[in-house]
Design a protein around this ligand. Structure first.
Ligand code: S3P
Length: 446
């Protein structure tokens, strides 16, 4: 398979208000499902075909890691890939360290895979990934019998992990609503004898559970309080199944908010996945008064998808409850941009997890808003944004965070003065086509 390019050197980019955005676009394939497509291909004996895969740097690195563990991976056409896996229990020890670049999801899910496989692998990544907490994954894997042979201070990458030879199935309550923790435990549970159970106090995105069922595993999901209980019977024989990846709602968020705030816009964002555990931003924008309609609802790849028509809208500030965070966790930077154009105050509650994303997103977003002349405050774990008609004209430090970069470029399409980000290169991790796709709608970057 093609080796992902090393991150380009810092590439500043500016966006400025010009004509309205018009036309249609389909965002790239969902990042969460794309990572998992490679991983399920690895863990399934035989050939898995994937359509609509996101060919971003993050996902390609997961593919490369799967190849290092014994999968044969081939790109047949843009977005169409074939993975021939050795299957559960038959993974090869990798010869080199696995480099996940910027990708927390790839690193954490693959730790789950290695953690129950009796092989040793070193997990590493870029400066951003090396800052992210990994104990949340290593703790349950240790309970299953994995050993951490080496780690950087605070349980960070590079981490050498020795998987358990005969992993114990566990019952695990995730300490935070995190699909990555849940998924790491479930993927490890695939090679454990007996029943692995994960209980989450709030439901996080359920792509792993859905794909386990799709590939024929015995997995049961039940409501438990406000959250869920997931039970997986280990050592199934996964059966190859085609994977169709719908468009990523987290990437769709950028053209959607751009069309809401850029004057005189009317955009159709097509084929967006509407999994209810991913649509918190849509619900919030509608509460803010967005002229946004979901049309042509249909099913694709086991998910509901729809086209979203968005027109320039007068927004008003709202209060976003903490309970909504899991369903829009990656969308707060772009919601903060929408809030900057709303009348009144927007308060987003319960954002502690934003501090451990690709950057400290609470701090990065507050600093970006300040650079645009937008008053904001962080109170405890809440972000408060005072909306208005932002002047813009500032430069934003992106801290190796693709979503911070795209959010403030979108902002620049509507501020009076252009907005600049210090480095747009990380956008390639999740939305390689962002700039040309937005330009086709009429956006101006320089
Ligand atoms: C993801 C889960 C979320 C999300 C990330 C993708 C996944 O992280 O922020 O972009 O694919 O499982 P957490 O599990 O840390 O909330």
């Amino acid at each position: 398979m093609p080796v992902p390019l090393p991150p380009a050197k810092a590439a500043p980019l500016s966006a400025r208000r010009d004509r309205g955005l018009r036309g249609g676009l389909k965002p790239p394939g969902d990042k969460s499902i794309s990572h998992r497509a490679f991983i399920f291909g690895l863990l399934t004996t035989g050939e898995t075909e994937v359509e609509g895969l996101l060919e971003g740097d993050d996902v390609l690195r997961t593919g490369k890691a799967c190849a290092a563990l014994g999968a044969a991976i081939k790109r047949l056409a843009p977005g169409t890939w074939k993975i021939r896996g050795p299957g559960i229990g038959a993974l090869a020890p990798p010869t080199d360290a696995l480099d996940f670049g910027n990708a927390g999801t790839g690193a954490r899910l693959m730790m789950g895979v290695v953690g129950s496989h009796g092989i040793t692998a070193t997990f590493d990544g870029d400066a951003s990934l090396r800052k992210r907490p990994m104990r949340r994954i290593l703790d349950p894997l240790r309970l299953m019998g994995a050993q951490v042979l080496a780690e950087a201070e605070g349980g960070r990458c590079p981490i050498a992990l020795k998987g358990a030879r005969d992993p114990a199935p566990i019952l695990y309550r995730t300490p935070v609503a995190s699909a990555q923790i849940k998924s790491a435990v479930l993927l490890a549970g695939l090679n454990a004898r007996g029943l692995t159970t994960v209980i989450e106090a709030e439901a996080s995105r359920d792509h792993t559970e859905k794909m386990l069922a799709h590939f024929g595993a015995d997995v049961r999901v039940a409501a438990e309080g406000e959250g869920r209980r997931i039970e997986l019977l280990g050592r199934p024989e996964l059966a190859p199944k085609p994977v169709v990846v719908p468009a990523d709602p987290s990437s769709a968020a950028f053209p959607i908010v751009a069309a809401l705030i850029a004057p005189d816009s009317d955009v159709l964002v097509e084929g967006v996945m509407l999994n209810p555990l991913r649509t918190g931003l849509i619900a919030t924008l509608i509460e803010m008064g967005a002229d946004l309609a979901v049309i042509n609802r249909r099913r694709e790849g086991g998910e509901e998808v729809g086209d979203i028509r968005v027109r320039t809208s007068g927004l008003r500030g709202v209060e976003v409850p903490a309970s909504r965070a899991p369903s829009m966790i990656d969308e707060y930077p772009i919601l903060a941009v929408a809030a900057a154009f709303a009348s009144g105050t927007t308060r987003m509650r319960g954002l502690d997890e934003l501090r451990v994303k690709e950057s400290d997103r609470l701090a990065a977003v507050a600093a970006g808003l300040a650079a645009a002349g937008v008053p904001s405050a962080v109170e405890g774990d809440d972000l408060i944004v005072e909306g208005g008609a932002p002047m813009g004209g500032g430069t934003v430090a992106t801290h190796m965070d693709h979503r911070v970069a795209m959010s403030f470029l979108v902002m620049g399409l509507a501020t009076r003065e252009p907005m600049t980000v210090d480095d747009a290169s990380m956008i390639a991790t999740s939305y390689p086509d962002f700039r040309p796709a937005m330009e086709r709608l009429g956006a101006t970057f320089e």
